[in-house]
Structures are given as C-alpha cells and as structure tokens.
Write a protein that binds this ligand. Structure first.
Ligand code: ADP
Ligand code: ADP
Length: 229
C-alpha cells in the first residue's frame, strides 16, 4: 500500500525562481527511494509537496493512484508518517509525546512502541525545559533519543507511507548508525521516501535519485551510482 508517483512535477516558492523543474519518479508500494543531493537542491521541498504543505504548480503527485490535490492534509497525515531532522517535543511526558496524534492508542501500545524504539526507561519523564507542578526537573534527551521518540511515534502510528527527512543528519556517527538501524526496521515493508545528504547513508535503498538544482541528475542503485562516478 501507499505507492507514490511524481509525474513531471514543477514547483516554485517564488514564480521568478523555479525550485523543482520537472521531477518524475515512483516509489513502488513497500519500497524505499532515497533522494540525495547538495543543500538547496530541492530535496525537502519534495517531501513538503508529498505532505501537501504546498501544492504542485504543474505535474501530478499521486498516492495509490489518487491525486494529492483531491486529498485533504488531515487524511494525508493518517497515511504518511514523518521523521524530521529535529524532533520537537511538547510540554508533557515522553509517553504523551509518543502518543501525540494518536489519542486513542492504549497504554500497552505506547509501551510497546517505546520498547521497539528503546526509550522505555524514560517514558514517564518530561523533556528538558519543562517542569511538573511539584518541581520535577525535565530530562535532557540527546539528539538520538529525540529521534527515538519520533520513531516510537511512527511505530505507534504504523503509516503505510514514511518520509525520513534527513532524520539522522544532525547526529554523531555512532548515534547515526544506531538510529539508522532502528529506522531500517521501521521502514521495512513501508513505502519510504528518504531525504539524505550523503550517499553512504542510503546504501540499502531500492533506488537513489540525485537531485541537483531541482532536476534529477542521476538515478540508480547505490552500486549503479558508484559505477558511474
Ligand atoms: P534541500 O532540502 O535540497 O536543501 P530545499 O527544498 O530545502 O532544499 O530548498 C530548495 C530551495 O528552495 C532553496 O534555495 C531554498 O532556499 C528555497 N526555499 C526553501 N523553502 C522555502 C520557502 N519556504 N520559501 C522560499 N524559498 C524556499
Ligand atoms: P524547514 O526545514 O524549512 O524548517 P521543515 O521541513 O522542518 O522546514 O518543516 C516544514 C513545515 O512542516 C514546518 O511548518 C514544520 O512545522 C512542519 N513539520 C515538520 N515536521 C512535521 C511533522 N512531523 N508533522 C507535522 N508537521 C511537520
């Protein structure tokens, strides 16, 4: 479920300055496509269009053959899970933060999601910067731990489509490897669009698209791209 198709997509924030210049690619259901390329190439813009923060100016994006222009952002949010570069935590417990957007989730489901993301130890705590009425200090979470909260959210939501937008780029190498392993488990059998800044972090993708100045410069498997360069 959740096959994604971009067909000749054009987009500009400012009409005088085109950002995406005719992008076409597909993510077959359950597969992973990675988009890499230099900063400013338009990678995050692709993910924002898929989430319908903006609409395409020409061309078409579909999920399961349905034109995104006919889908509300509310219903898209049920289909798409996003792990962003920096996870913003709310002024409530980690458990609440995991449950965010899924108020009907049971206690047991939240606990299981926290276990899979390996953050069971602190789900009763508040994030740093927030305090309880009785003056309990919030817990300082590292960047990797915050990403684990985002992963637990995604496990709980279990969306057919997943966007990983530079989800490990702010982490040190060791943490990046650990979070990558957790993300590999979560994205298994989900239709996944990965936005990454380095080719070495997307070796396992079914296809890698190299975006340069809003156009596809190269595409193929990791091995294909290494052979071409
Ligand atoms: P990447 O993710 O590859 O770094 P982005 O998609 O974030 O690239 O940005 C592509 C271009 O669009 C950049 O030149 C950026 O400055 C511009 N841009 C991004 N967001 C906006 C916005 N909200 N308004 C205007 N320009 C934007
Ligand atoms: P930028 O990199 O330009 O700061 P982002 O890609 O982080 O932009 O986010 C673009 C917009 O999407 C912002 O308005 C942000 O609040 C929102 N956003 C980011 N992540 C999520 C998410 N997981 N769920 C809902 N909205 C999000």
């Amino acid at each position: 479920k959740g096959a994604i198709s971009f067909k000749n997509v054009h987009f500009a924030y400012d009409p005088a300055r085109p950002i995406l210049k005719g992008i076409s690619f597909e993510v077959p259901a359950g597969k992973t496509v990675a988009v890499v390329g230099p900063s400013g190439a338009g990678k995050s813009t692709l993910s924002r269009l898929l989430y319908r923060f903006y609409d395409v100016q020409s061309g078409t994006i579909t999920i399961d053959n349905q034109d995104l222009r006919t889908v509300t952002q509310k219903s898209l949010r049920k289909v798409i899970g996003m792990v962003p570069q920096d996870t913003v935590l709310f002024n409530d417990t980690i458990a609440y933060n995991i449950r965010y957007g899924r108020p009907s989730a049971s206690e047991g489901e939240v606990t299981t999601a926290a276990e899979i993301a390996q953050i069971s130890d602190f789900i009763r705590h508040l994030p740093e910067g927030f305090e309880t009425k009785v003056g309990e200090r919030g817990l300082k979470l590292s960047g990797g731990e915050k990403q684990r909260v985002a992963i637990a959210r995604t496990v709980l939501k279990a969306p057919p489509v997943l966007i990983l937008d530079e989800a490990t780029s702010a982490l040190d190498t060791t943490t990046e490897r650990e979070i990558q392993a957790a993300l590999d488990i979560v994205s298994k059998n989900r239709t996944t669009l990965v936005i990454a800044h380095r080719l070495s972090t997307v070796i396992g993708a079914d296809e890698i698209i190299v975006l340069k100045s809003g156009a596809i410069a190269e595409r193929g498997t990791h091995a294909d791209l290494l052979a071409q360069n």
